[in-house]
Design a protein. Sequence first.
Length: 363
Amino acid sequence: MQKASGKTLCDVLIEPSRAPAGSAAPQVQPYDVANMSLVCIDIALNGTGSIREKATDRFNACHMEHHALLLWTNGTPTDWFPYIEFFDQRFTNNSTTWTGNIIVQYDPYSNAYPSLPKLPGISFDSPLVSRSGCTTNPAGHVPIILLPNPGSQDAADFSLSCSVATGSVGAKIPATVSYTGYFPGATPAPFSHTLSSAQAVRCDNFRGNIGAACVLPNVAGIATFDMTNPVHYLAATGYLYWQVHLQGYPGYLGPYGYGVPLVYTSNASVQTANTNTACGNFTPLYAGDQCDEYPFKSTTNGASGKQYGVGWGRCSIPGDQNGQAGSVLASAYRLQHITDGDNFYAQVVGDVALPPVVDRCTR
């Protein structure tokens, strides 16, 4: 785990502004200690050794946050309570409704305020996830009660349903958790916070053959091509060949980390310019071959305005394999609701020796 100021992330307090001096009644003030994504996350190393979070599923989200609540009296912190929130959201493919839960538990390991006594307990009122334009069920109040005992936890289950106009792509909607904390002898202090950007949801209904659905648009999509699949193995191998030879390793996702993501575009002019640049002077290697460009024409990473062998490449691929690979890509766009501006990776799998494609891909 990364360190900051000699402490782990779970122990670092984001310094709050002080409570108002001279306040007569105890005032509860919430402060985030730290937050991190958890579970549905892979950690990948790139060529520079830096780390990024990469969720592998645009339909499932998991997130954990560490918090500390302080009780102030007359401008002085007197008591505190550390706790952890875990959010789990489970989407159904091609649906605008999904389920999830919030689990809150006492954190016995936090030492943010070691000199202060712990509060005897706290309770939260209505700690449900809400999003603009969506309906949360159950509505109303779901209490969560915690005691300062190891293992103390409580949970609330919920479901959300969102609406989106036919033919449209909705805005990205951040998730917010709003609730009121109750402490013995203290004034209730309502507060809310927004989950990480990876939890933002976008609903769309612009693909008539799929229907309305919601996804996590800030999670990169993944189109998977298989070098062991006889119907598109040459195309898949060609993609991997260019991924490891082009600057930035565009679209690469594999055992050695990841490259720059591909970015989808539906702009017909951009797609035409990409194809004209990559395939305008193409000569097939064998009869029946077609020009298979990489990065794909449907990306802003495409060939237009870039140098061959640096920003783009192409392979001479049998027409049927080119078509099958195109179907895999189109299916990923459709089923993962990838639309303009969305990042995605072209993951090439298959633990086999690379078929000879140098003659096909250096043209």
